[in-house]
Design a protein around this ligand. Structure first.
Ligand code: ATP
Ligand code: MG
Length: 243
């Protein structure tokens, strides 16, 4: 059925956001040159990208194309040799190490390919540890840990240790751990690489869910063509450049 002309002015439509989503991360002409055995190795060659609030952006490219190097620069674990990275309005590329560390602890979460969980701690304790590291008040831990483990569907496995969990479940603990302190940006380096297609789809569903409910933005790398369709934008990297 066609909508009548007046439908443009219904109350519902007026409630839709008139402004565009805010930019959370702006990357301009970023280069990264490593020095190996006295000679320069040009790994990132003028990267430009943008990530807006509540977006899911993927970096795709062959092994060695520079995805992890870029992700490390975005998260302040490494600094670009040239170019600018603005995160939430802050000049990340030129801040001191201490300044970047503070921003990272408060406003960013990381997920790595190999889960990075503490092997002797339960799922619950792993998530709690990240709240402790972020300086979140102890009185808030219980509720937040329970909420995050529920978000990733692990309410029945809260007290299991990593070796008592499947690969997909371990990765979901890693996600709960990475979002516990309510970061604005989640950086994930091949979060589905160790998982079968069914578990990868579950992880992507969790990502879409937390973007909606936790207002987090996600930038992730992947080799997996089957999950690209859920991205808001895919950057294709070839030899240190986007094509
Ligand atoms: N610290 C470093 N010193 C010297 N060279 C490095 C360093 N880190 C990465 N490189 C080089 O930079 C290139 C890109 O590496 P990077 O890890 O970013 O690739 P990638 O796209 O993440 O690959 P993969 O898909 O295999 O994870 C590689 O050739 C690597 O050898
Ligand atoms: Mg990599």
């Amino acid at each position: 059925m066609a909508f009548p002309q007046e439908a443009k002015h219904t109350e519902e439509q007026q409630l839709e956001p008139a402004v565009e989503q805010r930019s959370l991360l702006t990357v301009t002409n970023v280069e990264r040159i490593f020095h190996v055995g006295g000679s320069p190795l040009h790994v990132l060659k003028g990267i430009r990208m943008e990530l807006k609030e509540s977006q899911l952006v993927m970096l795709r490219g062959r092994s060695g194309s520079g995805k992890t190097t870029l992700l490390n620069c975005l998260g302040g674990l490494d600094t670009p040799s040239k170019g600018e990275i603005l995160f939430n309005g802050l000049p990340f590329h030129s801040m001191s190490d201490d300044g970047r560390t503070l921003v990272r602890r408060k406003d960013m979460g990381f997920i790595f390919q190999a889960f990075a969980l503490m092997p002797l701690l339960s799922a619950w304790e792993n998530v709690e540890l990240s709240l402790r590291m972020a300086g979140v008040s102890r009185t808030l831990w219980k509720e937040r840990v329970a909420h995050c483990l529920e978000l990733v569907g692990l309410e029945k496995r809260m007290h299991h240790r990593p070796f008592e969990l499947s690969g997909g479940e371990q990765q979901r603990v890693a996600i709960a751990k990475a979002i516990a302190h309510k970061p604005m940006l989640l950086l994930a380096d091949e979060p589905t690489a160790e998982l079968d297609s069914n578990m990868s789809a579950q992880i992507m569903a969790v990502f879409q869910n937390i973007i909606r409910t936790e207002q987090v933005s996600i930038c992730m790398t992947t080799h997996d063509p089957t999950i690209l369709e859920v991205a808001d934008h895919v950057y294709e990297m070839v030899d240190g450049k986007f094509i």
